[in-house]
Design a protein around this ligand. Sequence first.
Ligand code: GDP
Length: 432
Amino acid sequence: LPVLAIVGRPNVGKSTLVNRILGRREAVTEDKPGVTRDRVSYPAEWAGRQFTLVDTGGWEVDVAGIEARVAEQAEVAIALSDAVVFVVDATVGPTATDERVVRLLRKSGKPVVLCANKVDGARGESDATELWSLGLGEPHPVSALHGRGTGDLLDAAMKALPLVSEHAVVLPSGPRRVALVGRPNVGKSSLLNKVAGSDRVVVDSVAGTTRDPVDELVLLKGIPWWFVDTAGIRRRVHQTKGADFYASLRTQAAIEKAEIAVVLVDASVPLTEQDTRVISQVVDAGRALVIAYNKWDLMDEDRRPFLEREIEQDLVQVQWAPRVNVSARTGWHTDRLVPALERSLESWDKRIPTGRLNAFLGELVAAHPHPLRGGKQPRILFATQASTRPPRFVIFATGFLEAGYRRFIERRLRETFGFDGTPIEISVRVRE
Ligand code: GDP
């Protein structure tokens, strides 16, 4: 669906407008810095057209002195939308921050509809007229609070919004969350700096926000991602007693907060137990996974066969994880990271319809029945995918299925449906 973003400074009334557009009856959320909202995009409809509404209010953490971030966050919102409703407070008139956002809007080339909000009385109309000076065309006078003018605004927005989104990735609930993890010195902060460059938005800690001070919104090829707990990456680990324990807790917390983890390992030295432990943490948490082999520029050809063997032996449990070889120092192949992230997340989100799943299992079981156990053979009755993120399957059978047979089913599920980059859970319920 095409994406319409509502952009503007804090306090101009974005959330009120969003609530109007969504037709929500509940108490209007105050457009106040630090207001917690857990979603940034919503399915919306106007005049029979469906679109995705992106509400940037929820990302907004504005404290004194970081007005500049408003523009940076607007940039991210603009990048992920097909058209923008730019909201200005008509009672205040254009501010310097508004003008900065206008420059970003122009640069983006995206269609913009100008909303002059808080036009509640007769005087407001003349306030709105003043906004012609922004050079964004006709200001649409609106009172989001009372609902006045929103219909005309939406009509204009629908005209501006293309019928088909240019965005391959429609974000179901805002940018996806990535944890960059791995033992100290594998190159986490180097890699983050390399891929993020200057396209990043640091979200400060303000009471009442859902975001930690340590998450960063990073634009990778125009698509925003949250990199969680990046302060943990930056912080130099003091080699004191217990430091390992805290590092590992922090890793665990970052993984829990993320949807996908990139586990960074040092390709130039033998794989350590700490590396495999971090990988297990990701799998056990049910998160999508990408393994990145860093410091490839230091790779010695002599080490190559050892590395291959490590992958076959020590990483046998995660053969399904995409591996990318990179050098954070030179930037070599770091552009392969995003496609790997996308591939893993697609698997993590994937749902197999019940009909297809049972057809697949029926054929599989007919060709490879469960081995006889004590003269009896458990029969599979029915299966369903109970959840996504990660994919969880429940198989109903007349008896317990052996671990080896469950692994066999998992392998075939992966081959047939493509679950690269995600752990899969299979549980069996016995029905007589
Ligand atoms: P972190 O503790 O995982 O964040 O690791 P850093 O990013 O601080 O990197 C640790 C050291 O490894 C630094 O001296 C980096 O310059 C170096 N380093 C990181 N990535 C690479 C790489 O791809 N190649 C080489 N040769 N050195 C790297």
